[in-house]
Design a protein around this ligand. Structure first.
Ligand code: HEM
Length: 387
């Protein structure tokens, strides 16, 4: 009997065979373990994400969300409150063109490359994708270097759930609290000493006399740290995995680094780090012969929609020349990723430096272990060799 349990280890390790059965045989599936409906066809996931009135984010956008996030952050509010938060956050983001980050990212990436270039083997996440992501987002937000290690540790913990109960355990709650306290201290500091950074811009952002409240700035900052760090470093890891799994693509990128833009888009389609986000129905709905009730949770599987053969021919093939227009690797609709331009720039610039200085990367022998999450997917470690 087919079963899709979003909390299971099998789904963490390889969700794609499950997605195929879901798309073909159970396009609107009730998961007993997840206590949610599961949508996997491109057309359905896309339509639900556009229809925010019926598929609400206001009760959380992760299956196991923190209750205190609900109704308070960009990802966990509906219009009109969401429109208000989003336009103010957008105003803060747009104060500078993201290209000002190119040189800092190059420097950050090269600092990490200096440490690994003479090692024949290294671990990509701990030695590259995670420190480069944390340092870049810290540069954007104005977080000092001493805090980077603790930030990384607490983001990973805050996004996990207790494997026994599938709920946030004391360790996960403490990590979220640590991030919130850290953000609150930084905001206090910026109030006294405004800087030219995103935090200060968030506090100052104003549209027609309307500003973010202290609590809104705090929750937005905590979300930016959590959403940005995990999704971007895991995404960079998935991209690297695709390249070492397809050495001929790696060779083409070493020859022409501009094609990294195509590799990034195809990786967002093929195995985005943000696999599944949740909505809650505000009204009853009929879908594929099932009756969904107001208040039911619905899991939107971006990762499954991106492999739907009804939308993308030969979806299981990683194809550098595909140009996957309309992929959902960064979501769609009102909640589409706010950090997308920064994430793309971060991954392109740092990978460009890495491939330039270490062009002969390959996968070391290993059994991959995977993050345990209903939302994100990436390996926990990825050993690479060169030389
Ligand atoms: C490649 C890396 C990334 C991926 C794959 C990704 C993916 C996503 C997805 C799928 C959503 C939609 C969530 C939903 O519909 O409920 C989202 C929203 C969001 N992302 Fe990203 N993200 C990435 C990087 C970042 C970065 C670097 C930042 C911050 C600088 C960021 C900030 C946000 C925020 C604030 C939202 C909520 C937007 C809203 O609800 O209006 N993301 N992201």
């Amino acid at each position: 009997m087919f079963e899709f349990n979003p909390y299971s280890r099998e789904v963490d390790v390889d969700p794609f065979p499950f997605y195929k059965t879901l798309r073909d045989d159970y396009p609107c599936y009730w998961s007993e373990n997840g206590q949610c409906w599961v949508l996997t066809r491109y057309e359905d996931v896309y339509a639900a994400a556009q229809n925010w009135e019926a598929f609400s984010s206001a009760k959380g956008n992760m299956l196991d969300d923190f209750p205190e996030r609900t109704g308070r952050t960009l990802g966990t509010t509906d219009a009109p409150r969401h429109d208000h938060l989003r336009s103010l956050a957008q105003a803060a983001f747009s104060r500078k063109n993201v290209n000002y980050l190119i040189e800092p990212i190059r420097a950050i990436a090269n600092e990490e490359i200096d440490k690994i270039i003479d090692k024949r083997e290294f671990e990509f996440i701990g030695d590259f994708s995670s420190p480069v992501t944390v340092a870049t987002l810290s540069h954007l937000l104005g977080i000092p270097k001493e805090a980077h290690r603790e930030i990384r540790k607490n983001v990973v913990l805050a996004l996990q759930a207790d494997p026994e109960t599938n709920q946030k355990g004391p360790e996960n709650i403490a990590a979220f609290q640590w991030l919130k306290d850290y953000a609150a201290n930084m905001l206090e500091e910026r109030r006294k000493n405004p800087q030219d950074d995103l935090l200060t811009h968030l506090m100052q952002a104003e549209i027609e006399g309307d500003k973010l409240s202290d609590e809104e700035v705090l929750m937005t900052t905590t979300t930016l740290i959590m959403a940005g760090v995990e999704s971007a470093s895991s995404f960079m890891t998935n991209l690297m995995m695709n390249l070492v799994d397809h050495p001929q693509v790696m060779e083409r990128l070493v020859e022409d680094p501009n094609r990294l833009t195509d590799a990034i888009e195809e990786s967002l389609r093929f195995n985005t780090s943000a696999q599944r986000f949740r909505r809650t129905l505000t009204c009853d709905k009929e879908l594929h012969g099932q009756t969904l009730k107001a208040g039911d949770k619905v899991l939107l599987c971006w990762g499954a929609a991106n492999r739907d053969e009804r939308k993308f021919p030969n979806p299981e093939v990683y194809d550098l020349d595909r140009k996957p227009r309309g992929h959902l690797g960064m979501g769609t609709g009102k909640h589409m990723c706010l950090g997308a331009p920064i994430a793309r720039l971060l991954v392109k610039t740092s990978m460009e430096e890495l491939l330039k200085r270490i062009p002969d990367l390959r996968k070391a022998d290993q059994t991959l272990e995977w993050i345990s999450s209903t939302t994100f997917r990436a390996p926990l470690a990825l050993k690479l060799q060169h030389g």
